[in-house]
Design a protein around this ligand. Sequence first.
Ligand code: FAD
Length: 455
Amino acid sequence: MPSESSPAITLIGGGLAGALLAILLAQRGWSVDVYERRGDPRVQGYAGGRSINLALAERGLHALRQAGADAQVLRQAVMMRGRFVHPLHGMPGLQRYGRDDSEVIWSINRGDLNIVLLNLAESFGARLWFDHALEAVDFSRQLAVFRHHGQPRPVAFRALVGTDGAGSTLRAEMAKVQPLGERTDWLDHGYKELEIPPGPDGDFQMEPNALHIWPRDHYMCIALPNDERTFTVTLFMPHAGAHPSFATVQTGADAEALFRAQFPDALALMPTLRQDFEAHPVGQLGTLHLDRWHLGGQAVLLGDAAHAMVPFHGQGMNCAFEDCVALADHLQQTSDLATAFAAFEAERKPNAAAIQKMALDNYIEMRDRVDDADYLLQRELELALQARHPGRFVPHYTMVTFMRIPYALALQRSELQRTLLTKATQGLTSLDQIDWAALDAQIVQQLPPLEPAAG
Ligand SMILES: Cc1cc2nc3c(=O)[nH]c(=O)nc-3n(C[C@H](O)[C@H](O)[C@H](O)COP(=O)(O)OP(=O)(O)OC[C@H]3O[C@@H](n4cnc5c(N)ncnc54)[C@H](O)[C@@H]3O)c2cc1C
């Protein structure tokens, strides 16, 4: 619990990262104030009223364990064992992510997760200020100005942490003092959130313990389960260009025609598709790059405010949660904020860049590759090599999702492994044709064992 002499810190944004960081710092004796633009979700119901869910993996779960929030969060989560792939022709089926139920991901409701974290933050003494939107910062006078119910409200601060998401106002204010080298690569694809309600018996209408994917080459649908027995469906496709794109599919009737032709099994479960399609906006997706994340000891950015990414590896929140643990650790190691912020940035920036790249690569894998014969053979080989070389040949998805090795190391090893897999399966139709001795030798030579402690 913070006391009068506690060091003070001000967080901008009480979303997922802001609420978690507030817990971690308050637990370590910091005096924490969190300013959030929106109203209190515990009073008003979560903005939007829709069930939007996220995949929680080991990195995020580990951070929740540090905060003592994991048990509460998992109680409301739905286990996802793998991808349930729905080809246009042929049988749908489950491709497991890991070896068994110790290697799974969890679908959680964004609003419920935020509420669990906000409650815990408050219980550890963090002060939460809702309806406070940051508008401007005067760094020379250490004053932040918030808009509160239409009125400007100046607040003195010692240091600011930007957990205010992809459109961060703090980032814009920092850039007025020192350019941050900001650029965003917008994806030419967007997304629309839709819903599969419970069936007439009140139960899930599809396999609940899976992340469903309908891969269709240059576009796709996915669906994640919610604990209220619905699925949140997300349609990803290009903004413009040849059919289908958001330019050619504009109305509810257009969407129904697309689903009838391309996702007929999903359409049968979506009675409100037309209305949902017309009511919900098309979301933009992009990758945010910055050269600098901090301004001396006065301000630092983390989570989406520092490195927003496309959602195709389901790691944006997981990475933001890892950031929170890293920043709290660096702040514990030195009382000099500039040193702590610089060390945090040096540790996390290369790793954020690595997962941003892997997230972009994973879009192609999800929408275009998961039902290809060569991909399936490579996946089979990947699992066989994992069994032959435990701790040395670790599948890409496992390194990112079920381990906590630095993302940059996961990327480097994944690239090596991808080359080995592609070369070893070229022109083959079955693992019986593999030259195991040659492949084993290359693996031993190129892939040192991963440190068990890193897992
Ligand atoms: C379609 C989609 C699917 C995704 N799926 C996954 C997934 O499965 N797994 C995963 O790990 N990640 C996923 N992500 C990414 C994840 O949503 C983000 O990485 C995560 O929300 C980042 O958390 P954050 O706290 O940094 O930002 P946010 O969650 O955006 O929170 C920012 C907070 O700051 C507040 N705020 C904004 N401006 C101000 C201001 N001026 N003053 C005060 N407060 C302000 C906002 O109201 C908000 O509460 C997905 C993203 C998208 C778009």
